[in-house]
Ligand binder design. Structure first.
Ligand code: MG
Length: 201
């Protein structure tokens, strides 16, 4: 399986990092070894500035290529939440040199995911999600603020990469990203239900 991620899909987040608001989705990938589920997150030795980025994650349910936007909803049936852990110091260095982001984004444990739930339980166009750090809300998003919808993302991505059942798509983070420290507790909420907690080590 592969993990496809969308960058800068929430305007206020793009602006908080001083990035341009994109005209097309910004895409990067993480390897399957980045997946973290039901375990603690260990801060890697190569970074002094790991950020959390809470995101809605789609689980692809069937194979597809050149998927039309109007058919895209048939290609995922479950959603969950994820944290796109990012070595911001390394990413800033790579960005400034015009180099790829993979080292800053794709390291082991950098793609934390919750359990997945049937999308039929939710209004995907008005879905709220939030992250608490040590019991304080630090990110609060709603999918109505996305620049590219789930269906637009699937259609765009599938022009370049064949999607396969089991692939995951991280759909971008709202504003409020910041650094984690050892012993932080991150708790993620989808609507009114807590569906993920991660301790930082
Ligand atoms: Mg992200």
């Amino acid at each position: 399986m592969k993990i496809i991620c969308i960058g800068r899909n929430y305007r206020e987040h793009a602006e908080e990092l001083g990035n341009e608001v994109p005209e097309k989705p910004v895409i990067f990938m993480k390897p399957d070894t980045a997946l973290l589920k039901g375990r603690d997150f260990y801060i890697p030795e190569f970074s002094k500035d790991i950020h959390y980025e809470l995101e809605v994650v789609l689980k692809i349910s069937r194979n597809g290529k050149y998927i039309l936007k109007e058919n895209a909803s048939q290609y995922y049936h479950e959603i969950g939440l994820g944290i796109d852990f990012t070595a911001r110091d390394l990413q800033s260095e790579l960005k400034s040199k015009g180099l790829p982001w993979e080292l800053a984004k794709g390291f082991d444990g950098s793609a934390a995911v919750s359990s997945f739930y049937s999308k039929s339980e939710f209004n995907l166009e008005n879905l709220s999600f939030s992250l608490q750090k040590n019991k304080t809300v630090v990110q609060s998003g709603n999918t109505r603020d996305m620049m590219f919808s789930f269906d637009e993302i699937i259609s765009f991505v599938s022009r370049f990469f064949t999607l396969r059942a089991g692939d995951l798509i991280f759909t971008g983070t709202p504003k409020g990203v910041a650094k984690i420290e050892e012993n932080d507790l991150l708790e993620a909420w989808l609507e009114n239900e807590k569906i993920m907690d991660i301790t930082i080590c």
